[in-house]
Design a protein around this ligand. Structure first.
Ligand SMILES: [Mg+2]
Length: 234
């Protein structure tokens, strides 16, 4: 097993001209836990849609997530729901829990080339999140689950659609993500891959990494600190 590096080797990133960032738990820290709010809304949605008690709705929601990659995809396939209505309701959350991160904003702004958000969420969700972080203006485009035809990462088709629209040359691109599986395809495509992990894990960083097992060959770098990582590239 080759361990990913924690500090960027500048030469690795010298020719990078396109910078691709996941949104949730990547551009803001894991402890903000925005997803717990979204998760609750999705459970409520399933409960209302199918008149199920909360526990059963939750089970079904998780089953759809496992079987189809997103709850939305499962609901679309099995119940033909209106995806826009679902995305709107899922993201009726409190964004004030996000603190502005001007240092990250400046670092992203200073990176040479284009910057993208590539999310399994929606554009309005990404807009609100990025605005709360104070970094919205530093991105050239937001590619969301609607643009992906509701096919989520890590499905190769989602990346294909993203590349078609953005014109990103993967040999000169880097991707930042908190989910290891979402970096597999980027690595196959030739991108630099950076995994963001939560800081101060109880069992320590090294062990957290061991937990990933042998499935890490596609991760070039791993960091607890996106802001520090990007800053040290400048
Ligand atoms: Mg994420």
């Amino acid at each position: 097993m080759t361990k990913p590096m924690t500090h960027p080797k500048k030469t690795d990133f010298e020719t990078v001209r396109d910078w691709v960032f996941d949104l949730d738990n990547t551009l803001y820290p894991h402890h903000v836990n925005l997803f717990s709010q979204v998760d609750r809304n999705m459970t409520d949605y399933v409960a209302r849609l199918l008149s199920l008690p909360h526990d059963e709705a939750r089970q079904l929601q998780k089953q759809y997530y496992r079987d189809h990659g997103t709850t939305l995809q499962g609901l679309m396939i099995n119940h033909r729901i209106d995806p826009n209505d679902f995305l709107e309701k899922a993201h009726e959350i409190d964004y004030t829990v996000i603190e502005p991160n001007p240092v990250l904003g400046e670092a992203i702004k200073a990176l040479p080339g284009r910057k993208f958000i590539f999310t399994n969420g929606s554009v309005p969700h990404a807009e609100k999140t990025a605005a709360a972080l104070g970094i919205r203006d530093h991105f050239d485009d937001i590619f969301d689950i609607v643009a992906a035809g509701y096919i989520p990462k890590p499905d190769a088709a989602a990346y294909r659609k993203f590349l078609n629209r953005s014109g990103v040359d993967t040999r000169h691109a880097a991707m930042f993500e908190d989910l290891p599986r979402n970096l597999r395809e980027p690595k196959v495509l030739g991108m630099r891959t950076v995994l963001i992990v939560p800081p101060n894990l109880e069992y320590g960083f090294a062990e957290a990494f061991e937990q990933l097992g042998d499935e890490t060959g596609h991760i070039d770098y791993v960091t607890e600190d996106l802001t520090g990582f990007v800053t040290s590239l400048l």
